[in-house]
Structure formats: C-alpha cells, structure tokens
Ligand binder design. Structure first.
Ligand SMILES: Nc1ncnc2c1ncn2[C@@H]1O[C@H](COP(=O)(O)OP(=O)(O)OP(=O)(O)O)[C@@H](O)[C@H]1O
Length: 398
C-alpha cells in the first residue's frame, strides 16, 4: 500500500448569494474526482495551469479544505473521515511548505519562535533548550547558520526564507511534505538551490513529497511520478521519464510542445500545438471531457458527452482521453474549427511561426493577453533553466 492514497477526491466550494450569503446558487468544482498514490520516499509532481485545482487538492490532503467526497488514506487511515481532534496527531506527520515564504512567516516572530511554535504544540522537545538544540540541527540541515535563530524573517533573502519554511516543516519530523509552488516566488538562480535542498533532505530523511507547480521543469527534476491536472481532474499520469519521452494526452502534448529545444535548427522545425481559449470556469465546467473545448483532436459527440476515465495504457502511464490510440495512429484528424482558432481548440505551428525565440520561456501560447492579471500560465522553461548542478549561492545575503 502507498503511503498516501487519494481516492476520487472532490472539493466543491458552494457559491453563495443573497443579503446574508445564505443561498447556494452553484458550486466551484475546484477538484472533481482525483485519485492518485504517492509511494513512501518518492516524489509525486502535480502540474497544471493556474486555477486547475492543485492548491485546493494539496490543502484537502491536510484537511485545510473540506473534502466534499472521496478518501485521503495516509498510512492506512482515511483522513477524510477522521474527527478533527484525531486529525491533530496526523497534522504533524503531514506538513506543507508554501509558495510565498515571507507571507507565511510572522514578521514579528524571530526564527526560534517561528520554529518552536509548532514543536511546542505537538509536544516535541522537553524544554526550550531541547527545542533549541533540535532547531540548530535542522537549521544546519537546511543550510542556515545557528545564529539565524535570533533573527527575523525580513533579515533573510527569498531563498533563505524558503529554507526557513522548509525548516519549520522539518522540526515536526513529518513523513510527507506538500510543497506548494516551492520555488515559483524565487529568482531562477535560487530555484535550483532550493530544489537541490529538497532532494538532499528527501534522501537523508526519507521524506515523501507531493510537489505542486505550474512549472514543468521544476517537477521534472524532482519527481518520480508526474500527474497533469486540468480543470479539477488528472488528464495524464506517468513516471517522470515516460511522460517527458512520450506525452499521450493532447493537453500534455501541447504543454510539452512548448518546451524550447537548444538546437536552433531543430527548434525552428519544432511543431508546436497552440491551444486557444481560456481555461473554462470550474464553476461551469464543460460536459464530457473537460478539455474538449480546447482539444485540437476533439471528435463529434463522444468528447462532449462522456468524461473519459484515467486508464492505464501500460507501465503506469495513465491517460484520460477517448482517442489516445487513434491520435497516435493518426486515424483521427484535427478538428477544422481549431485551425481557425475559434476558441474551440488549437492548431499546430512551427516554433518560428509561433514567434518564439529558442531558449525563451515557453508557456501555453494561447494565454497571453486573455489571462486575468496575476494568473500564471503553465511555464515550461528550457530544460537547463532548473539545472541544479554548479549554481553559485545566489541567495546568501548575509
Ligand atoms: N475557498 C474558495 N472558495 C471558492 N472558490 C475557490 C476557493 N479556493 C479556490 N477556489 C477556486 O477553485 C479553483 C481552483 O483553485 P486553486 O487555487 O486550487 O488552483 P491552482 O491550480 O492551485 O491555481 P494557482 O496556481 O493560481 O494557485 C479556482 O477557480 C479558485 O478560484
């Protein structure tokens, strides 16, 4: 049995109206039937565009969001059904590292106080000295000096603050850490250092990770298995190498086709699948396959009426598409509506047609301009961007 198993998890937020917000007029189907397993000591990478439900799913595992339906089985216990007081004991074993290290650290508390708060709450350490010893040890593990204890969050750089966030999780001796966009707020040069640190800690402490990111390059480096999420559901899941070698779902194909190739000749001939239209609203998701309104290979009737299940196509490579085999055999053609870019899907374009420069950050090409401010496209930096080896320590301010 896997250490963490999600079984058909749904998180639906009620949409309230009325003078006292007492009338439920609909639901946001943020997570709508996700099943996945995370093996002990491994990393599951969850990727998807902004708004597809990744964070909601991560929070649901910790019961920070109410689970509408489904099970979250951790080490044999279904957390979804656990009374809140019993959930407390499990909270220590499942920790979260947040995207915005500054926002998640209280500016008025020094690092010792931030780190010992959770320890005291969970009864870790006999007394203050005991906890200080432990904190020193963990600070060393995350690459911070012992004197960091008496300092405040604003005295540290972004990368160092994320190390503090990781230390705060580690002092509680967790089994699983859910890392929600752990490096997306950091400079590219610092991202690799934090990813490296997470990998080292996993090895030395036997940690299990669920890493949530919109950046495919980030999860590629760290994940054993990757799940691609679209509008509340998984559309593809595979061992990391298999997913990158041969994406099978049209959505994943489109994402991968945005990865620039360092060789300019190959790059110029690289076919890109451009998706048109925005991510539909999770309050009003399309019927049938959630992706059919943007799928370049959408077929009459079935795609719009039947939701495809996530099926194993062999060796753990799971795909939720009615026409996986036909698309690969070339026996279904791309829809003509998509070629006109009517918002119904996408079309193929070469990289130069797409106006993309080799080495530039790739993102879903359709989204620019149409995306509400502050939302992130699914970024696909060149594969070298998150290369962990040989980076200078760029985040050391002090
Ligand atoms: N408490 C809430 N009440 C109502 N809707 C919510 C709530 N939390 C999230 N949502 C909605 O659920 C959907 C999924 O949000 P979520 O934050 O999980 O997506 P995400 O993939 O993590 O995106 P991002 O990377 O931008 O955080 C979004 O449409 C969001 O607006």
């Amino acid at each position: 049995m896997s250490l963490l198993e999600l079984d058909g998890v749904k998180v639906h937020f009620p949409v309230k109206k009325g003078l006292f917000f007492d009338r439920t007029v609909g639901h946001v189907y943020a997570v709508d039937g996700v099943s996945l397993s995370v093996e002990a000591g491994q990393t599951y990478g969850l990727v998807g565009e902004s708004g597809c439900g990744k964070t909601t799913l991560g929070r649901a595992v910790l019961r920070l969001n109410d689970i509408t339906e489904g099970g979250v089985v951790f080490d044999g216990t279904d957390l979804a059904k656990l009374p809140s007081e019993e959930m407390r004991a499990f909270r220590r074993r499942l920790q979260m590292v947040f995207q915005d290290p500054l926002g998640s650290l209280n500016p008025r508390q020094n690092i010792e106080s931030i780190l010992s708060e959770g320890m005291a709450a969970h009864g870790i350490g006999e007394n203050r000295e005991d906890r200080q010893e432990k904190i020193k040890d963990i600070l060393a593990k995350v690459g911070l000096p012992a004197n960091a204890m008496s300092r405040y969050p604003h005295e540290f750089s972004g990368g160092q603050r994320q190390r503090i966030g990781i230390a705060r999780a580690l002092v509680l001796e967790p089994d699983v850490i859910i890392c929600d966009e752990p490096v997306s707020a950091l400079d590219v040069s610092v991202q690799a250092q934090v990813i490296n640190l997470l990998e080292e800690l996993q090895e030395s402490l036997g940690l299990t990770y669920l890493v949530i990111a919109h950046d495919l390059a980030v999860v590629r480096h760290i994940s054993d298995v990757i799940g691609v999420m679209y509008l509340g559901g998984l559309v593809e899941e595979a061992p990391s190498d298999a997913l990158y070698a041969g994406p099978r779902h049209p959505y994943t194909k489109a994402l991968m086709s945005a990865v620039p190739v360092p060789d300019p000749e190959v790059e110029d001939r690289r076919e890109r699948i451009l998706l048109h239209g925005d991510l539909p609203s999770p309050a009003n998701p399309p019927a049938g396959c959630r992706f059919h309104t943007r799928c370049p290979w959408v077929q009459e009737t079935k795609c719009a009426t039947e939701r495809p299940p996530l099926l194993d196509t062999g060796e753990g490579h799971k795909v939720a598409c009615h026409f996986t085999a036909e698309i690969e055999a070339g026996t279904v053609r791309q829809s003509s509506a998509t070629e006109a870019g009517t918002g119904g899907g996408g079309r193929k374009a070469t990289a130069s047609e797409a106006g993309e420069k080799p080495g530039a950050t790739g993102a879903l090409a359709s989204e620019e301009g149409a995306r509400p401010a502050g939302e992130k496209p699914l970024a696909v930096p060149p594969q070298t961007a998150a290369e962990p080896a040989g980076r200078a320590e760029g985040d050391a301010r002090s």
